[in-house]
Design a protein. Structure first.
Length: 72
C-alpha cells in the first residue's frame, strides 16, 4: 500500500435536524456537521413513507378494454 495518499480520517459528530447525534469517522476537517435527515426521522425508516398508490389503475384498464363486463 502506498504511503501518504489516503486522506486523514477523524471522528466527526453529525447532528440531524431532529436532534439526533451520530458519531462516525469522516475525512471532513470539521468537528460537527449538520445533516437534514437521519434514520430516526426519515420517512422510509419510520414507516410513514407513502408509496404511490395506483388505486383504480386495474379498473381503468379493464373498463378501457371491455374486461369489466361479465363474459357469458
Amino acid at each position: 500500500m502506498k504511503a501518504n495518499i489516503h486522506p486523514e480520517s477523524t471522528e466527526t459528530k453529525f447532528v440531524c435536524a431532529c436532534g439526533n447525534e451520530i458519531i462516525a469517522k469522516s475525512t471532513l476537517k470539521a468537528d460537527t456537521m449538520p445533516i437534514d435527515t437521519c434514520n430516526m426521522c426519515h420517512p422510509f425508516y419510520t414507516g410513514k413513507q407513502s408509496t404511490g398508490t395506483r388505486k383504480g389503475q386495474v379498473d381503468k384498464f379493464n373498463k378501457k378494454y371491455g374486461f369489466d363486463k361479465e363474459t357469458a
